[in-house]
Design a protein around this ligand. Structure first.
Ligand code: ZN
Length: 161
């Protein structure tokens, strides 16, 4: 393992470069984060089933079958971000009838709310927003955590750290 890394190097597989903390590169130019991810991915793959598409199709078939007499056959959590939006769109593409569920913790941006509304309208689906009491608790917890962080940051600053 090299003692210093060329800060201008970029991984041959991802976008991380030599300025990333703890990064190393192998002889092929692949970073240690990619190598570690790929090693874990092999273990997470369904054992004995290398054809992930077939496994996904089988799972989707089970969901459709279980929900065939229901209005929705699955629930997809949506935040308004790219990842959950992608899941929702692909669920519909695979023939599922998802109910989009959005947890409103009181910190949602207007953009995220609009993204969800536009997305759900675009797929011709329905959305449920869950708020109410949990919203107050989540906000209180986040405000308390921020206040605790500020207090400890001030205490460390006062001690010269
Ligand atoms: Zn990489």
């Amino acid at each position: 393992m090299p003692s210093s890394v060329d800060r201008s190097m970029v991984c041959s597989r991802c976008v991380m470069d030599g300025a990333t903390a703890g990064i190393t590169f192998d002889a092929a130019g692949q970073c240690n984060y990619c190598s570690e991810f790929l090693a874990r991915w092999d273990r997470l793959s369904l054992p004995g089933r290398r054809d992930q598409s077939a496994a996904l199709a089988e799972f989707v078939g089970q969901v459709k079958s279980a929900g065939q007499r229901r209005t929705y056959d699955c629930v997809v959590g949506v935040s308004g971000g790219v990842d959950s939006s992608w899941v929702l769109v692909n669920a519909v593409r695979m023939g599922l009838r998802p109910l989009a569920v959005h947890m409103d913790n009181g910190w949602n941006s207007e953009l995220a709310q609009n993204n969800i509304a536009n997305l759900v309208r675009g797929i011709g689906g329905d959305e449920v927003r869950v708020a109410g009491e949990p919203r107050i608790d989540a906000c209180d917890a986040q405000v308390a955590a921020q206040e605790a962080w500020r207090t400890s940051a001030h205490a460390l600053a006062a001690r010269g750290r």
